[in-house]
Ligand binder design. Sequence first.
Ligand code: WT7
Length: 670
Amino acid sequence: MTDSQSTSPSLENLLHETRAFPPSPEFAAQANAQASMYDEAATDRVEFWARQARELVTWKTPFTQTLDWSEAPVAKWFADGTLNAAYNAVDRHVEAGLGDRVAIHFEGEPGDTRTVTYADLQREVSRAANALAALGVTAGDRVVIYLPMLVESVVAMLACARLGAAHSVVFGGFSADALRSRISDAGAKLVITADGGYRRGAPSALKPAVDEAIAPKDGEPATTVEHVVVVRRTEQDVAWTEGRDVWWHDAVEAADTFHEPAWVDAEHPLFILYTSGTTGKPKGILHTTGGYLTQTAFTHKNVFDLKAESDVYWCTADIGWVTGHSYIVYGPLLNGATQVIYEGTPDTPHRGRWWEIVQKYGVSIFYTAPTAIRACMKWGEEIPAEFDLSSLRVLGSVGEPINPEAWMWYRRVIGSDRTPIVDTWWQTETGAIMISPLPGVTAAKPGSAQVPLPGIAATVVDDEARPVPDGGGGYLVLAEPWPSMLRGIWGDLQRFKDTYWSRFPGIYFAGDGAKKDDDGDIWLLGRVDDVMNVSGHRLSTTEIESALVSNELVAEAAVVGAADEVSGQAVVAFVILRGEHADQASTDEGSARIEKTLRDHVAKEIGPIAKPKRILVVAELPKTRSGKIMRRLLRDVAENREVGDATTLADSSVMNLIQTGLAKPTEDEN
Ligand code: WT7
């Protein structure tokens, strides 16, 4: 039924091999989360969220309506309330006397550091808001942010929010082409970027991609961008367009430190974040203000057990992904947390860098992805053992199913066999965590995200939308609206309805396969659509196929996600060359050259994260009689498995052909 990956646990084995980890009595006695929250929410789900919204968010005008579902599937939460996201993340803490609390310990990859208090952040965000306003940004505009992990990245997002302009952050690893399509789709007025950032010990460039992305191209006019604001990080030389380009430090340092936030309606757009879907075109996921802030603050406080006065929190995500939005910027700052932001990679200049940072700042709550944990497992436990990790008290995981081996390693080696682990399931679309154990309440099961949070109606259904009994498998759905749910796909209401609400009419289909064990706990089994999950990043098979066929060498392409020890899945591409190029693949040297050309081409079209790990040149692709590529069979080949049932193939000899022609694995240079 589900196209589950081999990183997914085999439920039967697991239930025998693993035990549950009940919370320690000491932890439970101090925990923010309480078992009674489930009952409260079950009694009146909508009122439960209204209470969270009143407690965790400061409103300029209090709301009187909680949920309006009359225009389903577009929800309105707290619609008649007004507020400002930046005021909630920063100013109100300063007003409460917490201006001297550290908001951000910044650690640059080269080892430079910066400490930013909430009072500093208030001044910086206010200045940046004034600077952007002077460049013409007003409420309702869209601003694209294309930055590395810097303090300025957080400031830039909050400055937009302060003005009521929606930010659309584009991950710095995306190419100029990918950036261009996002800028155009959002109709952005301004782009905030940097000369570059430090990555793997060297400066990398960002500004050239922006210059390319907004220039006229192939008959397409220049984009709507009026100004490019550039943060100086690396002292690289940059090309400069007078009148259009502005240095961040020139604009921001000259600006006034007072700025009155724009008080917006709860349903005012806060951000757009593009994510891959099953077609070639990325979707601009739209989030609004009041409900999003409520659920990110609630989940950050209760899932991570945040004690703002004493904890040091660190989420290793990049702000280019939703995890960075919800659990670096909005959730933690709304809760007044002190956090670490690190610019670089875990292995620069050495493989203990993360653990050195944990030791240096006394990190107590740590949130990362299974792929990173598996990479650390591979590097060896003697590396973390060199550092003092005793400050850690809660560990989190996100982005893909965490296999029980990695879970156990994480708890034993990083968590000293002591810390709770929260395996958090959610999506760009859900805005905030939806399924997770609650530390201090839930007895954790390695490999399972387990329980919908209080107020969340996540369940597993069969093909006919009937809830499966305990022990059954099917599709993960969300049966009731939640505060931080997406409000649509930017500019495409129909696609929003078709993508999420048509498979099971009236309920949200997440795209994931899932099972319920005999206790009713939920186990995620991976995507059931043409979406891959590589190192916790979502990639579309169709998008990569389109990139491949846009190269003159390629006649046809099929892409699959094949199980991979470290990254969860790896991109494997099968390509048919155009007739005139076909004989180029007949020598080892020729096929190596083709593979390199095509990998570079995908990097240029989408970004290095989408580069196929392997490219196999084949003479034909397995297709059904109706012409649909049977990816299941290709996945069997890519995973070196015996090929499954091929009886529906139009031409059953194709699979023999592909297997005999199997090329050797290409070196991963990502
Ligand atoms: C997809 C969403 C949520 C932020 C990072 C990814 C997978 C996410 C888990 C988890 C199993 C997970 C799902 C989901 N996923 N967390 N704890 N266990 N799978 O956000 O790029 O929107 O991807 O990531 O397949 O649908 P995203």
